[in-house]
Write a protein that binds this ligand. Sequence first.
Ligand SMILES: [Zn+2]
Length: 294
Amino acid sequence: MILRQAPWGAPIAVADAHVHFFSHRFFETLAAQKPGLTFDSLHWQMPPERPEDLANIWAHELDRQGVARAALIASVPGDEASVIQAAAAFPDRFFAYAMVNPQNWQPSGISAACLFPAMHRYSIQSDSALRVFDWARENHKVVFVHCGVLSVGVRKKLGLDSLYDMRFSNPIDVHAIAMRYPEVPIVVPHFGAGYFREVLMLADLCPNVYLDTSSSNQWMKYQESHLDLRQVFRRALDTVGPKRLLFGSDSSYFPRGWHHQIFDQQAEALYELGLSASDAQSIFAENLLRILPR
Ligand SMILES: [Zn+2]
């Protein structure tokens, strides 16, 4: 197993629960949304056409960073084939996650379906969303539900419309579904992205709810009293415990590659809280590997 240096002394295994796979198809899909759109202004390295080749670039980057495994998220509906091919090319390395719009989705070979109810403007309690949970229950898959504030950096930079509807973003709406599908692991990213209290309530009541720690967690600015990363982890650990937190970086593009600062900050915060090396190993890898189908 590939290991990464961490504050606990001995290096640890890292399995990143949240990496965006910005495939060729992803950019093609964005380009089709606005006539004349080009990507030069991003100053990003454009991906090779074949998903296997982009997967290979990611594999090298993760080798360099000491990251053993990663969930790769196809980040527009209709791009599932890219992550399925990436995971097939490196089965010991990648898990295929994909953003799906359940209102027009056919089940495929992904490990996790990522729902963005506010983006696609539907209720998580609608029949179409329930179909995704049925699929997950029958096939031992994971469902990821984005809640809270949603701002897609690449769309903003490119001036693409983001006609979302935040009414569909409250983690409280996930409660009834999580209770109805207790076998299905449900991952809420970014600690609920602004709904910290609500996501803790949800996770406290539903043992199948997991929180991903990914991104710079800018939502902390919405808290009525100041919170820093250490306090966020303290409260999450007090309520949810170390077995239901999943480390994620929210990495996405090259040349930046794997966003190691996110790991460094989170590892430092957890170390300062006095988290044990074995609990750190749970959060940084084991919890994700336990809930994903192998
Ligand atoms: Zn993300």
